[in-house]
Design a protein around this ligand. Structure first.
Ligand code: BGC
Length: 759
């Protein structure tokens, strides 16, 4: 039960939401859970197939354009639609088309199998003429064969015999979804790609598309495997139709295997590559593909699963989130994790800080090889970040774009975009966390060092000393309802960490690998004086503090503003960003999301417990959680300050956010940062994990509603299995002896040893 999500709803609004929930992906290819046979006319739907990082470029048009505004932006492209399979049954000379919106649906259920990695739709349908059919649609986007999206349809006549005609399409004539009233969704109406060619040859069909401006090509090569029947292909300008007719006297099956290849990953001869891939899988049965999928997932769940005792809804919720994260994470140098993964077009396929702060910890602690690959994506964009820093008036340093696909800034609205300089410190932070959790020194020296040095340079360029303190002016912190402020606590404290680590790694590299050090320092023309400045700025970083309230103000002027009129704000005015001009929001103490509270989570040793607690209480009252990146952080910090009830409430919202469509926009895609946040809320919240230079810390608490929970963490080459019950906490170590802190007390656990701590 807790290994699948299930639905029996055919409500139009819910179906659009389910297109995201039942989306299948593998980090490369993503397909929304649309119905193969289509819907009724006018039913809200976003039919979508995406390849991670496969994008087009469009101009950004401004009324008034200033220096440094990005001129173009990238957009993920909705590519060829291979989902369509229409069914027509003929009996007694009458042909009827299968549709869930005509005739009678005698039974209907739909599942996403989180342990097996496929979706399934079971239907018992009676046609308007009384012919009954049983249908099963199964779909898989293969983890092992990243190009493959396969569908199997099983058709059983219940009370008649006759024929079934299947009309399957691969359609190159596709558009992106547009919603002009929601800034979180694209508004570009022009097609982003066009069809270059279509053909049918040697049993395969081909549709080749090219993007308008980025000149990227993708091909969909399709193979069909079915019970005995007749097939003919109709090749049209923008699509290929394949029509198969089979006798329907008993159960028949029809398989459609689509291989998607693109010029980013597969070189110039994508058609040939697609054909080759098809040939290698032609002999494999659908069952074999499913078995491979399951084997892959067994490996994943072995380290990533979290077991929760006493709450089924939460159990399925967390597994669903972890599964979607696995589906979304890019596994090649071109791709990262988009805000919506590969489940929809919200935020146009862009990558944000969401990945570093909300998602990477899961991968670092359960699948470090995926985390490493993701960090390499950021490393590969360092040169562009350096160019961006120059465009923004800095002499040196790296300013990572607020939102991007291929590495350049895509945000046209600078107060809520480019001004979020903290992204550079967030990236630095994640490189450090990876190192602290893996001890991967080679990676630290080869890649992290350069990222840390260049981001550290940015802070020196951006900030300045006044009255002996290093200050950073005119930036926007994570809270997007407050913009362009001086000394945002979050930015300053993260920059401090960035600077301090840059100086530390500089020394470490100099000591341990002189040749590599010389080479890097020479290449970057890095001066000893700069490194001293890093240390000096870090040591003297100004961190706003209000003595009277014993809190960290979000920025220099935050506490001087009036508090937003929460009582006078009708419920339907949330999220505020859809109802109030940004300037209105900027004038008040109102937070879209965790900002200072997030800083207290990431760098807790910077402040006393009382400041952290008071800040939590202060900001909680003025935070709307209009961003899905918020409730998980409040959950973690509620756990930290000892309010386990609150922690649980926030956690419930987090873990079920998409399953229950709590933000109301799941149809545009899943909230991947929030999904990572659900994992954070368990592991960093309830289990109290912190990864510090001094070691690994755990301080588990057990939410009242549960009788226990278990998780597994990878830590410096060991597997730590943590089991928390009402009575005790046990930690098993598989791997070399490990030192860690439990409730702040040091413990040593040797290989294969389990320690038990009574509560
Ligand atoms: C949040 C940002 C986030 C973006 C993408 C916005 O609503 O405020 O923090 O990066 O969504 O998820």
């Amino acid at each position: 039960m807790s290994w699948k999500i299930t639905s029996t709803s055919l409500q139009p609004e819910q179906l659009a939401v389910e297109e995201s929930l039942y989306a299948l992906a593998n980090g490369y290819l993503g397909v929304r859970g649309n119905f193969e046979e289509g819907y009724q006319k006018n039913l809200p739907t976003i039919r979508g197939t995406y390849i991670n990082a496969y994008h087009d470029i469009v101009d950004i048009s401004y009324g008034e354009k200033f220096i440094g505004y990005p001129e173009t932006q990238q957009k993920i492209v909705n590519i060829m639609d291979a989902q369509t399979i229409e069914l027509f049954i003929t009996s007694g000379g009458i042909e009827e088309k299968f549709s869930l919106f005509e005739g009678e649906v005698l039974s209907y259920d739909r599942h996403l199998h989180l342990d097996k990695g496929y979706t399934e739709r079971n239907i018992h349908w009676r046609s308007p003429n009384g012919k009954e059919l049983r249908l099963t649609f199964e779909r898989i986007v293969s983890f092992e064969r990243k190009e493959l999206f396969a569908i199997r349809v099983t058709i059983t006549p219940v009370n008649f015999t006759g024929k079934v005609k299947i009309r399957s399409a691969v359609n190159g004539d596709v558009l992106n979804y547009v919603n002009e009233n929601d800034p979180r969704v694209g508004n570009h109406r022009e097609p982003l790609l066009f069809t270059v060619s279509t053909k049918s040859e040697d049993g395969l069909t081909y549709v080749l598309n090219r993007t308008k401006r980025s000149n990227l090509e993708t091909a969909c090569v399709t193979d069909y495997i079915f019970s005995t029947g007749e097939r003919h292909d109709v090749v049209q300008e923008k699509q290929v139709l394949t029509v198969v007719t089979m006798d329907l006297t008993t159960t028949v099956t029809f398989e459609k295997r689509n291989v998607y290849v693109d010029t980013l990953r597969h070189g110039d001869h994508i058609v040939a590559v697609g054909k080759e891939i098809q040939q290698t899988i032609h002999e494999l049965t659908f069952k074999q593909l499913l078995t491979e999928q399951q084997t892959y997932l067994n490996q994943f769940w072995k380290t990533a699963d979290i077991k929760i005792y006493g709450d089924e809804e939460i159990q399925v919720g967390i597994r669903f989130n972890l599964y979607q994260l696995l589906q979304s994470a890019g596994r090649d140098p071109y791709s990262f994790i988009a805000a919506k993964g590969l489940s929809g077009e919200g935020y146009e396929g862009h990558y944000f800080w969401d990945t570093e702060i909300y998602m990477l910890p899961l991968f670092i602690m359960t699948k470090p090889e995926i985390a490493r690959g993701l960090l390499l994506y950021r490393y590969s964009k360092l040169e562009q970040a350096k160019v961006r820093a120059k465009e923004m008036g800095h002499r040196k340093g790296a300013l990572y774009p607020w939102r991007t696909i291929s590495g350049t800034e895509c945000s046209p609205y600078y107060p809520g975009g480019s001004a979020q300089y903290h992204i550079s410190a967030d990236i630095a932070y994640s490189f450090i966390q990876y190192y602290l959790a893996t001890s991967d020194e080679e990676f630290l020296h080869e890649y992290a060092a350069e990222v840390l040095f260049e981001t550290a340079r940015l802070w020196i360029e951006t900030g300045h000393f006044r009255d002996g303190k290093f200050r950073i002016d005119c930036v926007t912190g994570p809270d997007e309802y407050t913009a362009l402020v001086n000394n945002n606590y979050y930015t300053n404290v993260m920059a401090k960490y960035n600077l301090m680590w840059a100086a530390k790694v500089y020394k470490d590299l100099a000591n341990k690998n002189k040749a590599q050090f010389d080479q890097l320092v020479g290449r970057l023309q890095l001066l000893e004086r700069e490194v001293m400045e890093w240390g000096h700025a870090a040591a003297n970083m100004y961190l706003p503090y209000d003595e009277r309230l014993d809190i960290n103000p979000q920025d220099d002027t935050f506490l001087q503003k009036a508090i937003w009129d929460f009582e006078g704000t009708p419920r339907e005015h949330y999220p505020l960003l859809l109802h109030y001009h940004p300037l209105t929001l900027y004038r008040y103490q109102v937070c879209k999301q965790a900002d200072t509270v997030l800083a207290h989570f990431l760098l807790e040793d910077e402040q006393s417990f009382s400041t952290i607690k008071n800040s939590y209480n202060y900001y909680e009252k003025i935070t709307t959680h209009d961003s899905s990146l918020s409730s998980c952080i409040f959950s973690i910090m509620a756990a930290k300050i000892g309010d386990s009830e609150k922690a649980y409430q926030y956690f419930r919202e987090t873990v079920r956010m998409d399953l229950d469509n709590i933000q109301g926009n799941t149809k545009d895609g899943l909230h991947l940062a929030n999904m990572g946040g659900a994992w954070l809320a368990i592991v960093f919240g309830f289990a109290g994990l912190r990864i510090k230079e001094s070691g690994l810390y755990l301080s588990p608490i057990l939410p009242k509603a549960w009788s226990g929970y278990e998780c597994t963490l990878q830590y410096k080459g060991r597997l730590l299995h943590i089991n928390i019950t009402k009575q005790s906490l046990s930690i098993q170590n598989i791997g070399p002896t490990v030192d860690l802190f439990i409730y702040n007390k040091p413990y040593t656990i040797s290989n294969n040893q389990t320690i038990e701590i009574e509560k």
